[in-house]
Design a protein around this ligand. Sequence first.
Ligand SMILES: Nc1ncnc2c1ncn2[C@@H]1O[C@H](COP(=O)(O)OP(=O)(O)OP(=O)(O)O)[C@@H](O)[C@H]1O
Length: 701
Amino acid sequence: MTFRFVDLIAAYAQRNKVALDPNWMGTESINLTVDDSAALASLCEELGWKCAANSARPRAHHFPLLAFVSEYGWTIAESWTNEAQIRLITTKGVVEVDWTNSITFWTVDFPKLAKIEGTERAINIFWSAILKRKTIIVDATIATIVINLIALVTSIYSMQVYDRVIPRAGYSTLLVLTAGMVFALIVDMVIRNTRAMMIDREAGNIDSEISEFFYARMQSVRLDARPASVGTMAAQLRGTDQVRSLMSSASLFVIADLPFAFLFMVVMAWLGGIVAIVPLIAFPLALGLAAMMARFIREDTAAAQVTGNRKNGQLVEALDAAETIKANSGGWHMLANWNRLNDEVHGHDIQVKRWSTLSGSGFSLIQQLSYVGVVCVGAFQVASGNMTMGAVIACSILSGRVNGPLIASLPTLIVQWGYARSSLTALDGILTMPSDQPTDFTTVRQTEIRGSLKFENVKFAHQGSRHGLNLPTLKITPGERIGIIGPVGSGKSTLLKLMAGLYASNEGHVLLDGVDVRQIAEEDLRSQVCYFPQHYRLITGSLRSNLNLGLAAQDDDILLQAASKTGLAELVKNHPMGLDLPISEGGNGLSGGQRVQVGLTRLILAKPKLLLLDEPTANLDQESEARILSAILEAIGPQCTLVFVTHKLPLVSLVNRLIVVTNGQISLDGPTNAVLERLRPKTEKTTNTGQRIIVREQNHV
Ligand SMILES: Nc1ncnc2c1ncn2[C@@H]1O[C@H](COP(=O)(O)OP(=O)(O)OP(=O)(O)O)[C@@H](O)[C@H]1O
């Protein structure tokens, strides 16, 4: 067996920390099982990738490389292990082979798609999205140059009018100059609007690109690594809005305007000599003030942001848990928390506003002083004959242009930057959370999962928890029917999530068909391993969309056939909209049992190879429970491995093996009857002959 093309390229891309476009998987049909390098080259060309071959001895920093070795087929050459040998990743595992120049190495140069997890920082995601749009940056820069040149022309116009037109009463010249000026100002307006429209349109594209990236990243965060508050995490993600609005904000043009401040100072020096000293002092003063304010504001914007996110978390919790809160008169408690957070946010906001107002008035003072300074120094220059009146007017206009854009935009920009900065920190936090498919694992495609499981020295504890699961060994063979029982909080659900690959062990390995479960490609794993959680939630949409969730859309008659097995068909029949029955968030509008019926019907449609059920029938009556479980058993067939957690002892009659979890450890594991026998409480009895014996009582749930 050799690597298939998809596996090879996916593994190679992952080692290069490049996220591939999911659509490229379309070429899956092509198998590079022979040294068909030409096929690799033509496929890369088709996909817009560049690949290059090299038979020379690779240097240490050139790895990883693709290589074809007759004994192993296509492999990934990872590194030198010594002077003469190369470490290869093959389908048979990691091997070391002697280097000969008959081995051809290949590199594939992928287009710079989003990098995946690990070293990436949120700010880089934004910059790469912006820098990708080079034409727009060039156009906006040209527009900014023209706008600033028009500002220069305005000052020259004033100088000409004061120095040439008024003394000579040259009114026809005035009309020509004014007409030219009006035209320039109209051009200025058109360019400004076009620039703003261009930026807005691109900001929309950047926004959808960035939000798609972060949404996908948020979805891929491993379940056991998620923060406790859903609302807080949602608010952190919304931080992308703040960063994007800063990056596309018109006030950001102040940065593009900055180089022109120096041009204007040069022109002022040319027109008025020493007058240029005024902006030379005022400009760095304004920049210094901006830097100082940004520093002062930083702590408060960060604190306001963190508290604001927590406030969002509290809001989501209050809405989500409304039933519990109302039923337990918890409203006052929640309100008190809400008010506390509100006051905290308000306190920080007020500080931010104070600094912002102070900086606004500080900039305005610098601007006015600069104007007064130019007029004052200009007056001395005029008196000494070094400058004309018109030049003084032109210099006063130019001094406004040196500091003007800064003064107009900086207070807002500083506050926006403060919030964006703390949003970026929160987004960095999301990027560092471990994802379902870590980059240090090579993904393996497993289109045919058989359903055998093996735990090797597995240890797992939740974040911040000292106690967890400790499973030195556990083996499950394909087709086994296993029940897991144990006291509340003993670790049954955690064990099931480890089997499903939803949690990652802290130590040891969970192997599915001999491959680490985290290594198996997500789409292969989820399509063949079905996990049914303790609290099954439905998704906003229709009954049909919930039944088809993650599956290829099925015909209605197939859906109805499956629904009739779980009793869900009753609901469909009795609702005027049938399968189009609308479902709101979480499945509100359906009873707890009906939600479970929807989830279990979907399982029948999914036909998994490994089925993991966490108390699937907790919400069902006895009759439905028996019917649904036998329908599921029939649908999955004898080859499917079934593991379910239950507190209902009658259900264990469905399984032939029982595992008892106590305190995070497997305390009993064996044939159902044997385990039940061991579990029966013992009592001491005296027989008729006076002999004292130990008997086991009936089991109780
Ligand atoms: N998200 C979490 N964060 C921290 N600790 C958790 C989390 N989920 C569960 N735990 C802890 O892990 C332990 C095992 O929980 P688990 O849900 O696996 O128990 P269980 O045996 O399924 O319980 P039950 O029968 O009540 O469903 C418990 O002590 C629980 O407090």
